[in-house]
Write a protein that binds this ligand. Structure first.
Ligand SMILES: O=C[C@H](O)[C@H](O)COP(=O)(O)O
Ligand SMILES: C=C(OP(=O)(O)O)C(=O)O
Length: 350
């Protein structure tokens, strides 16, 4: 374990030492990637998955992109079990769907709560980012070896340097779509990225985010070697809107999607849309995802070609549980998810 280093100059005026911010040195992105490298066959496969996602977003591939998996990963074995089943299912429906597994290691919280495997892998509230980064990277490598493309939410602007080479589709969450730091980060990401609408349901923050992320930026950051750096980004041409509802109001129905597309057109950004069947669209009731997914796919079948994808929260067991001493295997400890049998039946029915 690294020794915590106390910062002095900036916080010297604090009343007592217990109020001092502490720093614990972490491996650099280069060091972690060297410790757990992505072999060439994975690098090639991930480049191919990203191209497939781009093909769907740009209308060259008529399949539907489905980003699905647990709300968050707290147990690597359960994530691998889920991924094994998902891979088998994905192979059977690959003529119609490109399935990308949610491998979410960072969770944005409304106030406070467990922030994900990457921050607090032991879930004891003490935080251990070194272990979290190592376990996260090892898990993403193992999931990639199963032959699945992976998705994540990019929350910390530094984490993608450690893990982003293993990711084929990225989300910017409802709580961070308006953040300039996240837009700058997306401008430098090498994969397609979806911006969620705001937590209030507003689309404007996402259209602004898409414009900003398409642009080159210069921003403050950290080099792969861990030094402060000016990062210059080229702009990301592969962003799109994710409709997730907001403040208890859903936005997956025909009228809401048409309104959103009109706003995207007016803003001059991509009109490709993914519908998140969970979150405020499902009012946090996992089973509502079933009817939402069917309704959105019916809109697509009836001719709405701007609908490019769905997002589903699904795990081995249905529902959710509070974190604690005895946990149900394969059940979410954050938002409620569909169970595996519901998930499998849904995908086959679509
Ligand atoms: O997707 C998960 C949650 O909706 C998100 O992380 C916010 O969670 P919270 O409101 O429970 O903090
Ligand atoms: C946190 C998530 O979504 P949102 O940003 O829409 O709340 C998520 O997809 O896990």
């Amino acid at each position: 374990m690294n020794m915590p280093l106390r910062t002095d100059a900036l916080y010297a005026a604090s009343a007592s030492t217990s109020q001092h911010r502490q720093e614990t040195v972490l491996p650099t992105a280069t060091e972690l990637r060297a410790q757990f490298p992505a072999e060439q066959h994975l690098v090639r496969a991930i480049a191919g998955y990203r191209d497939q996602v781009r093909g769907i977003l740009h209308g060259e591939d008529q399949r539907t992109l489905i980003v699905m998996g647990p709300c968050s990963i707290h147990d690597e074995q359960a994530a691998l079990d889920y991924a094994t089943r998902l891979k088998a299912l994905s192979d059977q429906v690959s003529d119609r769907f490109l399935i990308v597994m949610r491998a979410y290691l960072e969770k944005p919280r409304t106030t406070v709560g467990w922030k994900g495997l990457l921050y607090d892998p032991e879930r004891n509230g003490r935080g251990d980012l070194k272990l979290g980064l190592e376990r996260s990277r090892k898990l993403l490598l193992a999931l990639s070896e199963l032959g699945l493309p992976l998705a994540t939410e990019a929350l910390s602007p530094f984490v993608m340097d450690y893990l982003g080479d293993l990711i084929s589709w990225t989300a910017i969450g409802a709580r961070t779509t308006e953040s300039q730091i996240h837009r700058e980060m997306v401008s430098g990401l090498p994969m397609p990225t979806g911006f969620k609408n705001g937590t209030d349901g507003g689309i404007g923050v996402a259209t602004n985010a898409m414009k900003s992320a398409a642009h080159p930026h210069h921003h403050m950051g950290m080099s792969s070697q861990g030094a402060p750096a000016m990062i210059s980004t080229p702009g990301n041409p592969d962003t799109h809107l994710v409709l997730r509802g907001g403040r208890g109001v859903t936005n997956y129905d025909e009228v809401s999607i048409a309104k959103a597309i009109a706003e995207l057109e007016k803003a001059g950004v991509s009109t490709s849309v993914m519908v998140d069947c969970s979150h405020d669209n499902a009012c946090k009731q996992a089973e509502r995802q079933l009817e939402i997914a069917r309704e959105v796919m019916a809109q697509k079948r009836h001719g709405n070609r701007r609908i490019k994808g769905l997002m589903l929260e699904s795990f081995l067991e249905p529902g959710r549980q509070d974190d604690g001493a005895s946990l149900r295997y394969g059940c979410s400890i954050t938002d409620p998810c569909l169970g595996w049998s519901q998930t499998e039946a849904l995908i086959r029915s679509l």
